[in-house]
Design a protein around this ligand. Structure first.
Ligand SMILES: [Zn+2]
Length: 259
């Protein structure tokens, strides 16, 4: 291996280590829970469809109130002592698309995350009103044009999430589930499903792991993402009412102390 290549790889490893450390520190700094975290929600049309444009025009300021109150109920049930851990505030729609995340490759993802953070900073600078603690960019898609949404994500470092959602009243419930899932990623929760199959992981990805018989489950653990119907089948919950924050996720985000 040439010296130049060694230096280059060494530098990249250092960057990756710095990114990982930054993620951890960033999550810890968000986990104070003494006052609500302000979450700015910014709608973006992901396509040039009339349906999507009209949807965004007609969004009501209280569109996201259900997500805020569900998070509050979860926190209260877990004994957090702060009944509004997240205050969701509607921001102005954004006219540009965020940089597209790469499909794979740790380095490509690290490079994209830097680009994305710069993009997010620039967009927040254009908004009126105070800067939020966390930014959620919600990309609305016309359901007639796309059957399966691109992956959504939430990153601690940079404090933002990208939520892919349908511009369709029938999909509002599952849109909210995705919003809550990505928001909890931003504050440090990890996925609790098998990336290969999409099936929730037992027991931490289950809302009711003690239930007998185990299947069908009625609810989803929010970071498990789906309601396990059988050992090989799971469905996306139609509303947040069918989802809970499980004990492992609650510990990761600092709502409860590790046992
Ligand atoms: Zn996830």
């Amino acid at each position: 291996m040439s010296i130049a290549r060694r230096v280059r790889i060494g530098a990249l490893l250092l960057i990756l280590a710095a990114v990982a450390f930054g993620e951890w520190r960033s999550a810890r700094s968000l986990q104070q829970w003494r006052e609500p975290l302000w979450v700015g929600i910014y709608p973006i049309a992901a396509d040039d469809s009339e349906v999507t444009a009209r949807w965004i025009e007609r969004l009501e300021p209280d569109t996201y109130a259900d997500v805020q109150s569900w998070l509050g109920r979860q926190a209260t049930a877990l004994g957090l002592g702060l009944d509004t851990p997240f205050k969701l505030v509607a921001g102005e729609p954004i006219g540009s698309q965020p940089p597209k995340p790469p499909d794979s490759g740790t380095l490509a993802i690290a490079a994209w995350s830097l680009k994305m953070r710069a993009w997010s900073r620039a967009r927040l600078g254009e908004q009126t009103g105070p800067r939020p603690d966390i930014a959620l960019y919600v990309l609305y898609h016309d359901a007639e044009r796309i059957a399966v949404l691109p992956h959504s994500l939430g990153l601690t470092k940079g404090r933002f999430g990208i939520v892919n959602a349908f511009a369709d009243p029938a999909m509002q419930g599952s849109n909210r589930v995705v919003m809550a899932h990505e928001l909890l990623h931003v504050v440090g929760a990890t996925d609790k499903y098998d990336p290969a199959t999409g099936l929730p992981r037992f027991p931490d990805g289950y809302a009711d792991p003690e239930q007998t018989p185990r299947y069908p489950q009625k609810r989803a653990e929010i970071m498990g993402g789906r309601v396990p119907i059988s050992a090989s089948r799971a469905s996306v919950p139609e509303s947040l009412g069918l989802a809970v924050v499980g004990p492992v996720s609650a510990t990761e985000i600092g709502w409860v102390r590790a046992p």
